[in-house]
Design a protein around this ligand. Sequence first.
Ligand SMILES: Nc1ncnc2c1ncn2[C@@H]1O[C@H](COP(=O)(O)OP(=O)(O)OP(=O)(O)O)[C@@H](O)[C@H]1O
Ligand SMILES: [Mg+2]
Length: 235
Amino acid sequence: MPIFSFVQTKGGTGKTTLSQGVACSKTFAKAFGKVALVEIDPQGTLADWIGERIANKRALKNVAFHQLVGLDLGVLTSKLEKIVEENTAVILDVPGESVGGFATKLALNLSDLVFIPMRTSTNDEASFGRNLWPVIQESLRENKAAFHIVPTFIHPQTNTKNIQEYFRGIMPEQIDCLGSVLPFRSVFENFSREGMTLAEYSASVKGNNRLHAQAKKAEIDMETIAQEIVKLTKE
Ligand SMILES: Nc1ncnc2c1ncn2[C@@H]1O[C@H](COP(=O)(O)OP(=O)(O)OP(=O)(O)O)[C@@H](O)[C@H]1O
Ligand SMILES: [Mg+2]
């Protein structure tokens, strides 16, 4: 029963977009069946999205949503244990804490696979070295989690192999990089209005060839990342 987390102390790098997209992917439905999407971020981006889903009467068949906030480690851990028992995969959406704080540490300690969404930007790289890497190093002493960068906001025409090599070159050896990336696409900024998933958004713009083609590309981006994640669980 794998626990995945999307962790990055830097804000706005794609943690929530990826958590939601991977949790709702066809790939995860097929590989795991029941998936728990757990927001441990008091910012409540996903809680708002779920609120919109409820208001628009959209049902998620295989994805259960939970928001866990608060600073009592014992309470959080026991709630998470119950979620783990009831599902076949758990995805944690972790807040962008400017320094690696409580939620980041909790996620690193619980997860089997940790994904770090990151741009190819000097700001993100400096922030990783200063704020996230020290916390990861601490958790590596007692934890067996595997760490992977997910390159985000990548120009859609970029060669993904080059991006992977770039991150493998600059990151510490304990941090690998996925071969798939999350490209920059306006779809990722817009699809979740009214609480839609990518697939629902895609279906809703079927009448508009241009938007539909873009939405389909975004769906494929997300499914490709989900497939790579599933593959990693089998290694
Ligand atoms: N690949 C992308 N292309 C274009 N826009 C994106 C992409 N990924 C995310 N966004 C947009 O960028 C913003 C930040 O993304 P997101 O909320 O996923 O980041 P986050 O890391 O969860 O942020 P926070 O640290 O605040 O929790 C959102 O408005 C989202 O719609
Ligand atoms: Mg977020």
